[in-house]
Design a protein around this ligand. Sequence first.
Ligand SMILES: [Zn+2]
Length: 265
Amino acid sequence: MRLHIVIKIISFTLIIFLITLNAQAKNTKITIKNSFYTDAKKQGLSHATINTIIRTLSWRLNFNALRKNDKFSIIGSEKNHPDAIFFQRENKNIQAFLWGKKYYDKNGKSLQVGFLKAPLKYQRISSKFQYRRYHPILKTYLPHRAVDYAAKHGTSVYAVADGIIKKRKHMGALGNAVFIQHGGNYETVYAHLAGFAQKLRRGQIVKKGQIIGYVGSTGRSTGAHLHYEIRYNGKRKNPLRYKIPKAKQLSGNELKKFKQRIKTL
Ligand SMILES: [Zn+2]
């Protein structure tokens, strides 16, 4: 055997060895004792990596309701994006694998839930997201961090994504309002409703596209329209400009490659 081939084989073996060693070194295990943030910090995870994990899993897991001894395994953490994130509880398992810049379950389905572009079939946008808007009732300038969709009285309003009903009640200026939480970070608000969908209750799980109420003009409103907000970590985002979360299913060749990759993890 030629010497340079031998050297190549040796260096190749060494590289594989180093990669394996590296991968092992970056396998972080977290068992919940206090909070995810505190326990993950103790294991040496960076603030940014912790944020990635919370953002990724919060579509399937409520980080405010973790239990003692819930377990996480984090594999790799290059550029604050671990290669894989595993969650384990007695009868609940979540697996998330990095592919591109997103996380997918073992079947190649993105963990994140997709949002509808708009929560209703509307006639026109009557007021956009703006920091200074003249309010016709209050006769003063106020921020309007929402979108108003003009639509006929009684038009169906849909949940823009899977979520849980956080509020469903009459709320002063908002009139009849529904608040839906999606994952751990997103919340959507639907206001001035004429009424709520039958049997809609607080704590109920709703599906994307499910009717939650009907367009009206309750609360501080001058005509039939839906006032719609998207909030990310409590901050109102412009629904017309904000990069709305999209769900994705890997398919074909990409899915094959993805499955090969997760086998190695
Ligand atoms: Zn509005």
